[in-house]
Design a protein around this ligand. Structure first.
Ligand SMILES: NC(=O)c1ccc[n+]([C@@H]2O[C@H](COP(=O)([O-])OP(=O)(O)OC[C@H]3O[C@@H](n4cnc5c(N)ncnc54)[C@H](O)[C@@H]3O)[C@@H](O)[C@H]2O)c1
Length: 306
């Protein structure tokens, strides 16, 4: 089948990772990029990709079949509205805006213009997690007592990012909140949060070095989300299930293999998006999933700030 012609909006840190992931795909090709930074556009042009300063110019050229948004989160909703009005399917990076309200507005725009809108929660495309999900959902592990989801970064991001990113529960936690719901099919509630008082990663108001969240799960078990800004072994994510019939751990993102896992999952996610854009069924996160992940992050942040 012919490769799907994808337009990328935003070729920063994450956009460049998507470009690498897409380059390994036989199903999708990034043929156009929108990026306001001239030097980035020039580098992309040299590698044979058409570039534009605005999304309207890219869409007016009439050559793309769908759009991947990898711009800063505060611009997601405006971009989604604009692209949806032009009738193109959209894969938007998480979290889909910076508040649940913004994600809701994005969902409404997609509904109004009847376009497919998918959110980039890439954990849903990690084979080790898919297996864990199957083992939970099939009952192989029995009834889950505790499901723990860990995300620990080797080094903290810049203080400026930490001060404006909404804190770890929003910036990092949305991945774990979506993962917890997707793994179990259960809804979390009754959040309890504890923050470390250490300041190794630097003291940033509203963003402690490490945050631990406990919640009830609608199936009767407990969820734990563990987030940290400093983890000497390297960037890592893992999950554990303690069930009445068994225990399973998925160390799905662990040094030195994290990057390879990430690229493979991003490629699978892009290919899933293409199938959905062509009328198939997506395994990816919906805009409603994004609303829920942000609503949980907001509720947990409120508990932390009390
Ligand atoms: N899925 C993940 O694990 C993951 C990881 C990192 C970042 N992200 C998400 O990716 C998004 C981008 O983050 P980043 O770290 O790449 O940011 P970044 O600042 O490195 O890159 C953003 C890029 O978008 C460009 N840009 C800004 N406004 C634009 C606009 N209106 N139109 C077109 N381009 C525009 C900027 O010039 C920049 O090149 C965020 O939503 C972030 O949450 C996701």
């Amino acid at each position: 089948m012919r490769e799907f012609r994808l337009g990328l909006i935003g070729a920063g840190r994450m956009g460049q990772v998507h470009l690498r992931a897409a380059s390994e795909s036989l199903l999708v090709e990034v043929t156009a990029v929108v990026e306001p930074v001239a030097a980035t556009r020039l580098a992309l042009e040299r590698s044979g990709i058409k570039t534009y300063e605005t999304a309207d110019e890219m869409i007016d050229a009439g050559e793309i079949e769908g759009v991947l948004i990898a711009t800063p989160s505060k611009t997601h909703v405006e971009n989604i509205r604009n692209i949806a009005a032009r009738g193109l399917p959209i894969l938007c990076e998480k979290p889909c805006g910076v508040t649940a309200e913004e994600a809701r507005k994005a969902a409404e725009a997609a509904e109004q213009f009847k376009v497919h809108l998918q959110i980039g929660y890439w954990r849903r495309f990690v084979p080790e997690l898919e297996k864990l999900r199957q083992n939970i959902r099939s009952g192989l592990l029995g009834e889950p007592y505790l499901i723990s989801c860990f995300q620990w970064d080797e080094t903290p991001p810049a203080a400026s990012f930490r001060a404006t990113g909404g804190g770890a529960l929003i910036d990092m936690g949305v991945h774990e909140f979506d993962q917890l719901r997707w793994l179990t099919g259960q809804e979390p509630s009754n959040f309890r949060v504890a923050a470390s008082k250490t300041t190794f990663a630097g003291k940033v108001e509203g963003d402690p070095d490490a945050v631990q969240l406990l919640c009830d799960l609608s199936g009767g078990g407990v969820g734990l989300v563990s987030l940290g800004r400093r983890f000497p072994p390297g960037d890592a994510c893992w999950a554990q299930v303690f069930g009445t019939s068994g225990f399973e751990e998925a160390r799905f993102f662990w040094p030195p293999n994290g990057e390879a896992v990430f690229l493979t999952a991003l490629r699978s996610q892009l290919e899933d998006f293409v199938q959905a854009a062509r009328g198939g069924v997506s395994q990816g996160a919906t805009a409603q999933d994004a609303v829920t992940a942000l609503a949980i992050a907001e509720a947990a942040t409120e508990v932390l700030s009390v």
